[in-house]
Design a protein around this ligand. Structure first.
Ligand SMILES: O=c1ccn([C@@H]2O[C@H](COP(=O)(O)OP(=O)(O)O[C@H]3OC[C@@H](O)[C@H](O)[C@H]3O)[C@@H](O)[C@H]2O)c(=O)[nH]1
Length: 410
């Protein structure tokens, strides 16, 4: 299936539902991860090497000759909504310096809440949220969730856990410990503070599914002794713990099952398919398709995911909810779609275009053959559905990596 054609420009993310208004204009968000040189205004395209954002956060200047990078910090922060005390929530985000976490933090900060980030920086990076460091509504602690953490909060978004297959398999025992102990500690905190608790579970709880597409009431097909089990079973037991605390202690819980997600700030060496393909294509290297590429996935852009998480947290649905796209690609089709977008960006920005090849590598053990989110529950209960076409999201991610390359960060 060909990549869907780009749809109309998306000017706003978020929703106003259940008394919680999470709407933000897309340009404001974009200014937190894309340099102005890559934000196209009408037909005007700036082909020069991008300058980092001049207003907020940390500016970095890279000198190719000396291979030195200089950081300058700014005391000016992105403007945030001024909320009355009664509406301003104290929100803890574990894994808040990670790929998904940092976008959630941006959104919650812009909306005017008080945000505390916990991260051990194993796979997260301080640079993803550095534009908030020093803001009166923002706090960040280097902390591993396998140890208890005491704080007074109203909401907990529990994201902390490596999510890319090579990363989570690198130290399998640590991954399952993070899922189990981390979730136990955060649920204990939710119980003590009476905070609402949201865990980001995963489509991997369905394993290599025998039912397609995957609905939330499908119990899954997981190899409990395979190399992916540390993550799959870790998240499954984390869900079990979550509902244990709900039934036994009355903790107010929300469970999001996240399907494949991509976007800016995904670590370029994360090892997942979208970052691998874009980096390979930008560098003019062959794209690596594992196996014959006939396995399928559905990919959602990170802003859609954040919309779903915020709606779930502030809605009434306590059952697990799939958050993902229902547009299914084979990996081979996806490789071709990414290659097209990279070439399109290269042409648009006057960069040399080189058509890269596609090479096949071994299929990882237990790699799920088919995966597509059934999002009926999210549509019905949260009134949520993805707004971003894959092509629009991939384009932003290409620009983000291109900018990082020009700045010597990749
Ligand atoms: O370079 C690559 C990388 C990956 N792939 C393939 O692309 C598909 C997607 O692989 P990814 O590593 O991106 O992600 P997976 O779908 O295997 O796992 C993901 O699932 C859902 C999330 O919760 C997790 O972030 C992650 O575990 C797989 O079939 C994989 O074999 C390639 O063909 N080439």
């Amino acid at each position: 299936m060909a990549a869907p054609a780009a749809t109309a420009e998306i000017k706003e993310v978020g929703y106003s539902r259940n008394g919680f208004d999470s709407r933000i204009d897309t340009d404001t968000l974009r200014s937190l991860y894309l340099a102005p040189a890559f934000v196209k205004e009408g037909d005007k395209v700036d082909n020069t090497v991008p300058t980092p954002h001049k207003d907020y956060g940390t500016e970095s200047t890279y000198d190719k000759e000396s291979n030195k990078i200089q950081y300058t910090t700014f005391a000016k922060f992105p403007p945030v909504r001024l909320l009355p005390n009664a509406e301003r929530k104290r929100i803890l985000v574990t894994g808040g310096a990670g790929f998904v976490g940092s976008h959630l933090v941006d959104r919650l900060m812009l909306l005017g809440h008080e945000v505390t980030v916990l991260d051990n920086f194993f796979t997260g990076s301080r640079t993803t949220v550095s534009h908030w460091v020093g803001h009166p509504n923002f706090e960040m602690a280097r902390h591993d969730v396998v140890e208890p953490f005491m704080i007074e909060v109203d909401q907990i978004y529990h994201l902390a856990c490596p999510a890319s297959p090579p990363h989570y398999q690198y130290n399998a025992v640590k991954t399952i410990k993070t899922s189990f102990m981390g979730t136990l500690n955060m649920l204990g905190l939710a119980k003590r503070t009476k905070a609402r608790f949201l865990i980001t579970s995963t489509s991997e709880v369905y394993g290599d599914p025998e039912e397609h597409p995957q609905r939330e009431d499908y119990w899954g097909h997981v190899n409990c002794i395979g190399p992916r089990a540390c993550y799959d079973e870790g998240k499954r037991v984390a869900e079990t713990l979550t509902y244990g605390y709900m039934r036994q202690d009355g903790v107010d819980v929300r469970v999001a099952r996240i399907f494949n997600t991509f976007g800016p700030r995904m670590n370029p060496y994360d090892g997942r398919v979208v970052s691998n393909f874009i980096i390979q294509a930008l560098k003019g290297e062959d794209m690596t398709v594992y196996g014959d590429g006939q396995q399928t996935r559905s990919f959602q852009y990170v802003h859609d995911l954040i919309d779903g998480l915020i709606l779930l947290m502030n809605g009434e649905e306590t059952r697990p909810v799939n958050i993902g796209s229902s547009h299914e690609f084979t990996i081979m089709e996806f490789a071709e779609a990414v290659r097209d977008v990279v070439e399109e960006v290269q042409k648009e920005y006057g960069l040399p275009v080189k058509r890269v090849g596609i090479v096949h590598k071994d299929m990882p053990t237990d790699d799920p053959q088919r995966r597509r989110a059934d999002t009926t529950r999210a549509k019905e209960q949260l009134e949520w559905q993805p707004r971003w076409a894959v092509r629009q999201g991939v384009k932003e991610m290409v620009l983000y990596y291109k900018q990082a390359m020009d700045l010597g960060k990749i």
